[in-house]
Write a protein that binds this ligand. Structure first.
Ligand SMILES: *Cc1c(COP(=O)(O)O)cnc(C)c1O
Length: 430
């Protein structure tokens, strides 16, 4: 943390705003609104006047959106309130990307609804629009009702095929909640993720693109939609001189101290994103000649990932040192030392896990003091969701078997990337 963040936090204490509302929360929301509402033209080079094809339309001035942002205590809270505002309740179904972190789907169950998992396509690793439409039709056939919402996820920051997803969602009249918790600042056709659907989820947890220690936000269509979210985020209080409650609410507003950190972070967000993209470029360049390892990249120019995490896949035939010993030992703590993991693993293996060479590479990197991780295990293969419907094509499961996340944070230097790639090279059996 730097002086920028400290200044805003000190101000919170000095002005006695150490509560879940206040000037920092309002200021952070304003900063976020400016950030998400700025649309950058895709082909800016062609618009400099040098293009012989100088097409006035594609050279339109940068567009402005008019979304409103509501800061909350966590990204998970943002998912929860977005679902609530879409009318999700007991007995409803919500279509959600299976290849994701559990915070995309857990809140569906908080509301007594059922997640229906949708597998991914290979280009972006995100929600497959074909399967989405198939699932909508099949759910309507089987239940006689429309699913209440669609939740695509920008996994590792990569944009989903939002134009196709929005076209399908609009055709069936189902609202889209974009889970852009990992995709803050990622763009599709120059427009920031989270601004296409009815709601967009952001996260400022410690490990995300920017942090407020813990926190999140919901991008809403307008001020009225934001006010409704704010109402539910602050215990659903009606305006009487006493506490009057006509709805059940939550204590989900962001603290003014956390928002102070967020305001400081907003002064460096563009640098953070540029750094992640630079690290991705460097991995691509340095791993280019390494056979059997493939970086996950933007599949086409309209996709502009923030590369929150840089990810790669390993050819199953690639031999990694120590892979014969992979999974021999039951893990006693969480991989990566995540806080809150208190249950010991019941077994060294499960029936859905990364290949031995992926686990062996993770162990080699760990021994060299580099924290790599498997990809997120698809939700439709999680024991807790075994009873939920799923529309699958094998893509997320096969990616989970071969994929690995490489370090990409603001403190990862060019030398670190070189060291990581050297370690990877040395881990390969010659
Ligand atoms: C981190 C994350 C969230 C939730 O954010 P928190 O702020 O940690 O509650 C939601 N969805 C995805 C995909 C995430 O990675």
């Amino acid at each position: 943390m730097s002086g920028r963040e400290m200044g805003f936090i000190k101000e919170a204490f000095d002005t006695n705003w150490v509560v879940p509302m206040g000037p920092n929360v309002n200021g952070f929301e304003k900063d976020l609104e400016e950030f998400v509402n700025r649309v950058t033209p895709l082909h800016s080079a062609e618009c400099s006047g040098n293009s012989p094809s100088g097409n006035a339309e594609s050279c339109a001035k940068p567009r402005e959106l008019h979304k409103a942002v509501c800061c909350l205590s966590a990204g998970t809270a943002a998912v929860h309130l977005a679902l609530l505002a879409c009318g999700v309740g007991p007995g409803d179904e919500v279509l959600v990307q299976s290849f994701t972190f559990c915070a995309s789907s857990h809140p569906i169950t908080y509301l007594g609804a059922t997640p229906v998992f949708i597998d991914s396509e290979r280009d972006t690793w995100n929600m497959d629009p074909e399967l989405l439409e198939q699932a909508i039709k099949d759910r309507m056939d089987k239940t006689g009702r429309k699913p209440k919402a669609i939740v695509p996820v920008a996994l590792y920051g990569m944009p989903y095929k939002i134009d196709r997803i929005m076209e399908i969602a609009d055709r069936y009249g189902i609202p889209v909640i974009e889970d852009a918790a990992e995709g803050l600042g990622s763009r599709y056709n120059g427009q920031v993720l989270g601004t296409f659907g009815r709601y967009g989820v952001l996260s400022f947890n410690g490990n995300k693109m920017i942090t407020t220690s813990g926190g999140g936000a919901l991008i809403c269509d307008d001020e009225d939609a934001k006010k409704e979210i704010l109402f539910y985020a602050t215990q659903a209080r009606e305006s009487y001189p006493y506490y009057q409650h006509e709805h059940i609410g939550y204590n989900y507003r962001m603290s003014n101290v956390c928002a102070g950190i967020g305001r400081g972070q907003m002064t460096v967000i563009d640098n953070h994103i540029a750094h992640h993209r630079h690290v991705q470029e460097l991995y691509c360049e340095l791993l280019d000649g390494v056979e059997g390892i493939t970086m996950h990249r933007n599949p086409a120019p309209e996709f502009d990932s923030n590369f929150w995490l840089c990810t790669a896949t390993l050819d199953p035939a690639l031999r990694i040192k120590g892979e014969d010993n992979a999974y021999r030992q039951v893990i006693t703590g969480a991989v990566g030392g995540a806080a809150g993991v208190t249950h010991a693993a019941k077994s060294a293996t499960t029936d859905c896990q990364p290949n031995a060479n992926v686990e062996a590479l993770r162990v080699c990197l760990d021994a060299a003091n580099v924290e790599a991780r498997p990809l997120w295990k698809p939700m439709h293969r999680q024991p807790v969701y075994s009873g939920c419907p799923a529309y699958t094509n094998g893509v997320s499961e096969s990616l989970f078997e071969v994929g690995i996340c490489l370090p990409a944070g603001p403190y990862v230097t060019d030398d670190d990337v070189r060291y990581i790639v050297d370690t990877i090279r040395q881990s390969i059996e010659s």
